[in-house]
Design a protein around this ligand. Structure first.
Ligand code: PAF
Length: 277
């Protein structure tokens, strides 16, 4: 696995390699959710005939992962400072998974303009998570655009846990005629239902025991108002519970840790009680 630590090295790598590139952008602290994106990007590479790769329509020849804790998408400096850093373990996991290259930039490389130029979406990005984390999606869209411009992937892989992010990135690709296909990958959950997230590492043991109630409450056969009340009574500080597209999206904090999750409405037994969905 090539470790690429500068823009120049990335540009050299990009000139040298040919074939389709699948990109998995991450902020590190990798877990099985990230590795499922890598697997999705790699699926092509396992299909071989006599040792030769056989490409299906959306197969990749190379899989590149980026690890960059992007400061511009953190609206609280304490959240950025405490974001888990497990770089050595991350690199070992990516190496073991057979990733071709990992891009490891720093702030100065990604933001030579010190973030004077940024990308803003003016509608969806202001709702839900955007309403509670001002500037968050500007940071996400700006860094993803930069990664796309630098790496020029054919496919890029994002998890459905960050459903609003996924939708905004798809919108950005359309709006700017970007030549990359966005592949959305299902949420990966712990055995107790908690959606995998790097921030779960920061839950205290007691919070970790309570955290699965978030998902359990989302899928319970109750109204939105009851779900909110139930979460509050367990100790969650609820930011929102809202229907977007055909999903119920939610964000709530447990102590210092903000959790987000979502479920397709058609997986709920009776839709959501008290709504027509
Ligand atoms: O989902 C994430 O981990 C981040 O928002 C992303 C897409 C890597 C951009 O920093």
């Amino acid at each position: 696995m090539q470790r690429i630590k500068s823009i120049e090295a990335l540009q050299r790598y990009r000139k040298k390699v040919s074939g389709r590139i699948g990109l998995v952008p991450t902020m590190g602290a990798l877990h099985a959710g990230h590795l499922s994106l890598v697997t999705a990007a790699q699926n092509a590479n396992t299909k071989r005939t006599n040792g030769k790769k056989v490409n299906a329509k959306n197969d990749n020849d190379l899989v590149v992962v980026s690890i960059f804790v992007n400061p511009t998408q953190f609206n609280k400096s304490s959240d950025l400072e405490k974001y888990p850093n497990t770089l050595e373990a991350d690199l070992q996991q990516l190496e073991a998974a057979g990733v071709d290259a990992v891009f490891l930039p720093n702030f100065e490389m990604i933001y030579p303009d010190n973030y004077q130029f940024q990308l803003t979406e003016n509608s969806l990005s202001k709702l839900y998570c955007g309403a509670h984390r001002p500037g968050h999606f500007d940071g996400v869209l700006s860094v993803v655009m930069k990664l796309f411009n630098l790496i020029k992937p054919d496919y890029a892989y994002f998890g459905e846990k960050d459903y609003q992010q996924l939708s905004l990135i798809k919108g950005m690709v359309q709006a700017f005629f970007l030549n990359v296909k966005i592949v959305s990958c299902p949420i990966i959950r712990e055995a107790d239902g908690l959606a995998m997230s790097s921030r779960n590492l920061r839950l205290t043991p007691i919070e970790r025991k309570i955290a699965p109630q978030f998902y359990a409450t989302l899928i319970s056969d109750t109204s939105l108002a009851d779900k909110k009340q139930q979460l509050a009574s367990i100790g969650f500080d609820v930011d929102y519970l809202e229907v977007m597209d055909d999903r119920l999206l939610a964000a709530a904090s447990l102590g210092e840790i903000r959790l987000i999750d979502n479920v397709p409405l058609d997986t709920l037994t009776h839709g959501i009680r008290g709504t027509s969905s």
